[in-house]
Design a protein around this ligand. Structure first.
Ligand code: FES
Ligand code: FES
Length: 168
């Protein structure tokens, strides 16, 4: 067992966990952040995706001790002062969910994508999201939501479309 200090959603939190405890279980069972979902436990589905220093990360495969000193963001940390992030709003607008089990992982993966590519092409969206599985098959609406989130973010930042953007 180890005493860990984790920076989760901007707050330093102390937890006691096994040396090899996956971040997923620490988030869910020790910190009560159950928005991060357990799907396969093997890095295959993306349901457990969180951001670690802005990078989409499989929390089921990431030992919690390896994230000490990093900034961890879960679905609970995207909302700021009661305002949803552009990606969260776009997923709601596009109705990009059915059962919703994959949704938090999808939203975190999309958030990481838009940090890297402010206005991705549909091909870039599909490539970035292909490790996230939706058993309900809402992929077309997920792609539409990410396209919409990119537009919302660009508009809020007063930026123009990047030249490589291709409408799908
Ligand atoms: S639960 Fe982590 S990738 Fe499936
Ligand atoms: S909405 Fe059900 S798994 Fe994606």
């Amino acid at each position: 067992m180890a005493d860990l200090t984790l920076n989760v959603n901007g707050t330093e939190l102390r937890v006691r966990a096994a040396d090899d405890a996956p971040l997923l279980w620490v988030l869910r069972n020790k910190l009560g952040l159950t928005g991060t979902k357990y799907g396969c436990g093997e890095g295959q589905c993306g349901a457990c995706t969180v951001l670690v220093n802005g990078q989409a990360t499989r929390s089921c495969l990431t030992p919690a001790p390896a994230t000490v000193g990093a900034k961890i963001t879960t679905i609970e940390g995207l909302e700021k002062a009661g305002v949803l992030s552009a990606v969260q709003k776009a997923f709601l607008e596009a109705d990009a969910m059915q059962c919703g089990y994959c949704t938090s992982g999808m939203i975190l993966a999309a958030t990481a994508l838009l940090r890297e590519h402010a206005h991705p092409s549909d091909e870039q969206i599909v490539e970035a999201m292909e490790g996230n599985i939706c058993r309900c098959g809402t992929y077309p609406r997920i792609v539409a939501a990410i396209r919409r989130a990119a537009e919302m973010q660009m508009a809020s930042e007063g930026r123009k479309e990047e030249p490589e953007y291709v409408h799908g």
